[in-house]
Write a protein that binds this ligand. Structure first.
Ligand SMILES: C[S@@+](CC[C@H](N)C(=O)[O-])C[C@H]1O[C@@H](n2cnc3c(N)ncnc32)[C@H](O)[C@@H]1O
Length: 250
């Protein structure tokens, strides 16, 4: 199995590919798209779950998603037609770094995809290029809740602590207008769902040649999480406005 196939099985019970529960996603979307008729871009949209939820509850919203995974985009396309929102959703199969558009967007979303841009600030730089005047960014990325072990840094990459992460975002010209720090339960639910869904598939398909690999990947991932980064890694989502993009005070 390749990475995409593993990811599809691992996310079967948790279609948002980040440690957030349904209520958190709903509240973040409410702050990102307060009117309901916005044009939304998701960079690294995966299966399109954020866009699908936004479109399904806002009949005047338009969405576009960009991802390098054709498998994920196919899933997004199928779900969009099941929800009858496909006419308001455009999906682009390409590297999000290279994406360009003739129009700008009222909300640029990018959750759990900062590695595609080389980190949080480069992701914000990419988002800024697509933003309409007065627009918002909804970004989700990791941070260190506690000093990480070298193994945790090796597994997940380098992050800052939460205050430093937010300071960097503010120094880059953004003002957080809402935010959500994933709770212990959201972080744990995501990992149990990831490892549990993949392991369940393997146990349910013992005759499948990929079954042993599925079980081994789930077991390794669970152990790396519990021993390597459960006690140090956190996840934050921020809804941002450009600090200097304010109407002039007269
Ligand atoms: C952790 S998933 C998050 C998916 C989605 N944002 C969500 O929260 O459900 C990261 C996504 O980024 C995508 N990705 C990674 N590198 C990318 C790139 N260079 N351009 C576009 N998408 C990329 C992956 O294919 C994957 O779907």
């Amino acid at each position: 199995m390749n990475h995409e196939q593993i990811s599809r099985l691992a996310h079967a019970g948790h279609p948002i590919a980040a440690p957030l529960d349904d209520d958190s996603v709903r509240r973040l979307l409410e702050h990102g798209i307060p009117r309901g008729d916005e044009r939304v871009l998701d960079l690294g949209c995966g299966g399109g779950e954020w866009l699908l939820r936004a479109l399904a509850t806002r009949p005047h919203l338009w969405g576009e998603g960009v991802d390098i995974s054709e498998v994920s985009l196919t899933r997004a396309r199928d779900a969009a037609s099941t929800l009858a929102v496909e006419e308001r959703l455009v999906l682009h199969h390409q590297d999000a770094m290279d994406f360009s558009s003739a129009h700008s967007f009222d909300l640029v979303l990018s959750v759990g995809a900062a590695h595609a841009f080389g980190g949080l600030l480069p992701t914000l730089a990419a988002a800024r290029k697509h933003l309409a005047p007065g627009g918002r960014v909804l970004i989700g990325d990791g941070f260190w809740e506690r000093e990480p072990s070298p193994a945790a840094v090796e597994m997940l990459g380098d992050f800052a602590d939460l205050p430093t992460t937010v300071d960097r975002v503010v120094a880059d010209g953004w003002t957080p207008v809402y935010g959500h720090v994933s709770t212990r339960q959201e972080l744990d639910d995501y990992e149990w769902a990831w490892t549990g869904s993949l392991a369940s598939w393997a146990l349910d398909h013992p005759a499948d040649p990929d079954s042993p690999q599925g079980l081994a990947v789930a077991t390794t991932h669970r152990s790396e999480w519990l021993r390597g980064y459960r006690d140090s890694w956190g996840f934050v989502c921020l809804v941002l406005r450009q600090t200097s993009d304010q109407p002039a005070v007269r």
